[in-house]
Design a protein around this ligand. Sequence first.
Ligand SMILES: *Cc1c(COP(=O)(O)O)cnc(C)c1O
Length: 365
Amino acid sequence: MGVTRLEIDLNALKHNHTYLKSKLAKNVKMMAVVKAFGYGSDACEVALFLEELGVDYFAVAYANEGEVLRKAGIQAPILVLHPQPDNFHTIIEQCLEPSLYSPRVFKEFSAFAKAKQQQNYPVHLKFNTGLNRLGFWENDTEWILERLKETNAIKVASVFSHLAASEDAKEKTFTQNQITSFTKTAQILLKTLPYTPFLHQSNTSAIINYPEAQFDMVRTGIGLYGYGNTPEEDQNLRPVASLKSVISQIHKIEPGETVGYNRAYKASHYEKTATIPIGHADGISRAYGHGKGYITIHGKKAPIIGNVCMDMLMVNITDIDCKEGDDVIIFGEGVSAVDVSATIDSISYELLTAVSQRIKRVILR
Ligand SMILES: *Cc1c(COP(=O)(O)O)cnc(C)c1O
């Protein structure tokens, strides 16, 4: 198929789901994180497939992402990790479950739920245990418990926290402190509440590195999409998304000629270049080029040269046997998004989620 496209391999997704499930202790539930268009893939196709496989819960960052899933027919509960008061209307209308992460958001949501005549509306309490991004502090628990006594509009479905460095062996002590601190806070809540919310703290890397912290559920994102944050774990997973394109045109250039905007690349020999129809508007950052990053053509690395343009980029194919119309791969099966993104000191997460919505998604079943 001779156009730029993102292939989504549902068999790979199934493989990763099975692998991650095998790492979970008995009765631990799985929440699939499908924020940011399913890490750049296709949130609806991925979520519908995972729902069929029996995933218990979904998580998105923003309310509108949850609304899109509902409209696609997702029935499972959906946690909205980062709601704003302006989203509360959508949240209740679409049966989404908000993370309440601060006294302000807690107060505003419980008042809103009450005004909407809700009873026991499921909410999730997020605690900050060291990431210092979102979350209540440990000493907010008393305040929360008092407020919960005053209302039956909301009910705590779960209590959770997020780890700052679960992939980093050097931060083991810090991570263990986060786990201890979360356990302590959760215990206070469980002891006092007249019902039992479920607990969760682990992302993908924690599933693998901290099996003692699986609690009642894990929240996995990157692992489902095929990346495990270490070369060893990457071996056990399969990339779901493959970004592919095609050679539009080949040029033969002479020593001293330049390529692209600002004449940023200058040929030192007789060279061959290929133009590929993908650019910075498609998620291939201008940080690539001038020696950083490559496109893979017939298994060989063609360095990105000069400046990446909005809708295309040029690569050096002097030593590669290829022709116009040939397929190329940017990342995916056999070409790790970890390795490609590392050339600009980035991470797989950023490269995957940057793939623009104008690139066609092709679902492989
Ligand atoms: C994105 C996110 C996750 C998923 O993390 P992965 O490393 O992709 O598994 C889990 N929990 C929260 C709160 C997140 O924001």
